[in-house]
Design a protein around this ligand. Structure first.
Ligand code: 13P
Length: 333
């Protein structure tokens, strides 16, 4: 058993309280390799932004849980080396699907876990979430839960149809589970294809898909029921069209990929939404940079020559999100 406190990590409690009061959101970036982690830490250290490093079950399977844990521990030291005196870094399990997985993360030094029992019937979601909360809170590890269903595919989480969170359930759910934050469904979804073309309109000038707006009415109703309670948005990549264009121009094939417009995320960040999850955008940035090198320099075979530019592109993306979308820069001086 290792406590996250020994690793220099923090849980989400104080971070979320400040974010809700200050009208900004904390970035939760998924990682599963060294270049992503370097880019996240460089961007967070440079902007002095609190940050949540997210590891999904799929990432644990891909990269090995022990290695990821030590990488996060190393990330704290790396942040200090970059001149960030008091780094505020959370190591978070994204979409835990069982008590055993959540417990194993708590025991291995995670400072926050998500138990996603949103696909279970309501009472079963409450029972499983409460079991995880009871265990995690003994070690001061914070717990994110989910109500409502997000569509889309991400690692091992997938759902065909989404349904919005029911505001009439949130008080009962939060009270009976004791969870520290709540992921809700208001129209975001996982992956690079968040909406089907038939759900969108098309911009007549560019021909690009324009997605339907998020259900801000549902968010506001939830905020009224649970004033000041930390709300989380999953599936919040914007799918930058410049990356999609670079990928498609260099041999890729991502037709009609579409995400959540950044203005809407900016608006959400000003509300009780205090954690915004971004994974796909970093995948797109990395893929675009690598495809470009492969296409333009077919003789290149030193991985540093394509993973390096990929890392730089991801850092640029993370800084943009922190400064221009979430507003978390300077909040962890
Ligand atoms: P995106 O696929 O929109 O990046 O969402 C990631 C996410 O919500 C991770 O839990």
């Amino acid at each position: 058993m290792v406590s996250y406190k020994e690793l220099g990590l923090v849980n989400t409690r104080e971070m979320f309280k400040k974010a809700v009061a200050g009208g900004y959101a904390i970035p939760a970036f998924n990682f599963n390799n060294m270049e992503q982690l370097q880019a996240i830490i460089q961007a967070s250290a440079e902007t002095k932004s609190p940050v949540i490093l997210q590891v999904s079950k799929g990432a644990r399977n891909y990269a090995n849980q022990t290695l990821l844990r030590y990488m996060a521990e190393g990330a704290v030291e790396y942040a200090k080396e970059l001149g960030w005196e008091h780094p505020q870094i959370v190591l978070h399990l994204d979409h835990g699907d069982s008590f055993e997985l959540c417990k194993s993360c708590v025991d291995m030094g995670f400072s926050s876990v998500m138990i996603d029992a949103s696909s279970l019937p309501y009472e079963e979601n409450i029972a499983l979430t409460k079991k995880v909360v009871d265990y995690a809170h003994q070690y001061d590890v914070t717990v994110e839960a989910e109500l409502g269903v997000l569509a889309g595919v991400e690692d091992e989480v997938s759902a065909e149809e989404s349904h919005y969170t029911r505001p009439e359930e949130v008080i009962d759910f939060a009270t009976r589970t004791g969870c520290d934050s709540l992921a809700i469904s208001i129209g975001t979804s996982h992956g690079a294809y968040k909406f089907k073309p038939e759900q969108c309109t098309r911009d007549p000038k560019t021909g690009r898909l324009v997605p339907p707006p998020l259900a801000f009415n549902v968010l506001h109703e939830i905020e009224k029921k649970l004033p000041g309670f930390p709300i989380v948005l999953h599936g919040s990549s914007s799918v930058p069209q410049e990356y999609v264009d670079i990928i498609n121009a260099h041999g890729g094939k991502l037709p009609d990929a579409v995400g959540i417009p950044e203005e809407q995320l900016r608006e959400a960040a000003k509300s009780a939404v205090c954690k915004i999850n971004i994974d796909s955008d970093s995948r797109l940035a990395m893929t675009a940079a690598i495809r470009k090198v492969f296409d333009e320099k077919p003789g290149e075979f030193d991985p540093r020559k394509y993973l390096g530019p990929a890392r730089d592109e991801m850092k640029k993306l993370y800084m943009h999100k922190i400064v221009n979308v979430l507003g978390s820069d300077g909040k962890a001086e």
